[in-house]
Design a binder for this molecule. Sequence first.
Ligand SMILES: *Cc1c(COP(=O)(O)O)cnc(C)c1O
Length: 397
Amino acid sequence: MGVYESLGLTPVINASGAVTRLGGAPMPKTVLDAFQEAAGDWVPLDRLQAAACKMISQVTGTESGIVTAGSAAALTLGTAAIMARMDPGKMERLPQTDGFANEFVVAREHRNGYDHAVRAAGARFVEVGYNEITAGAGVRRVEAWEYEAAFTERTAGVFYVYLDNSAPPLEEVVKAAHRHELPVLVDAAGELPPRSNLMLASATGADLIAFSGGKAIRGPQSSGILCGRRDLIGSAALQMLDMDDHFELWEPPSTLFDADQLVGAPRHGIGRAMKVSKEEIVALTAALALFANGGYDDEIPAQLARLQSIADKLGQGDIEFQLHESPNGESSPILEVYVSDARNVTAVEVCRNLRKGTPPIYVSHGKLSQGILVVHPLCMTDAGADSLADRLLEELG
Ligand SMILES: *Cc1c(COP(=O)(O)O)cnc(C)c1O
């Protein structure tokens, strides 16, 4: 009996890709081996983070970086670092921010559910711009001057959510913020691949960037990366590490932070609730090495073949679909299946029926309102693809 069966669960066919709800991306054998080997020995975690820092800064072109408990944790830590800097008194008070700058200026159109992670550190958002395109009541998106107009002495920094079509361009927001000596924290959690985005901070001057480790990097699902300015990463690291040590025994790694800037060692910070294990740190660095060197690219043809086999069956059943090949040779190809109005089921019903079937199948649900089921091949086997094709024929044929 498998581990899930012994817990009374049936594994599902994941046709949604590296989504957290279903457990994230498949970890390659190299990564799992690194995880297992790391479990057999013990090292001081601050030094392990300093070693990871060296590697992260190399592949991201930044001064510094740490492994976090997911991208969301990276956002909380980045926010905490920007507000508290190297002041142990402020670190101690977070998320209570009375008496110091705690406002993050953010474009209204960048607001999303994940920004709870920024607010969790005690920050308050000040929104700028409108959502005129969505509202259908205007033609302009948010502009850089609007950020500058919102800066006051209560402003701690800027929060920016990066997509390849985010407005205004990140470089412009960075310039505006830096004119006022304010740092920019960027959520780029899901914006890998392309792996060129690893260089986002060095390319744009952004101060801190958060990436997920459990999506395309294919590290542990609960891992992430925060990279950028050394002083801010140092603060973030201090607020995450377990600090239960004597000041006179403590040997903080100087590559990660300047302990001589501290008046004393802080106690556990807000990030202590987001700790990362030695196994996760080691496995993330193994996965990052694979990802950064294009180690996953040669899986793209097999993913395409998997989707093509589903598409062939759909074609025989007269079901409409569109196959989108990888746009860059790094991202997975995608299959969109259309639930036309002529059928007497809706896309939501088909999605629900697939989940309730045996075995349960989870297709991506991002386009259901347009009558589209999206099939992502990353976490699927060839057998899973066959089952999905058969079930789609049953539901839509
Ligand atoms: C996935 C995602 C996150 C959260 O990342 P985790 O690594 O799961 O914590 C945050 N922001 C965006 C935009 C994401 O897509």
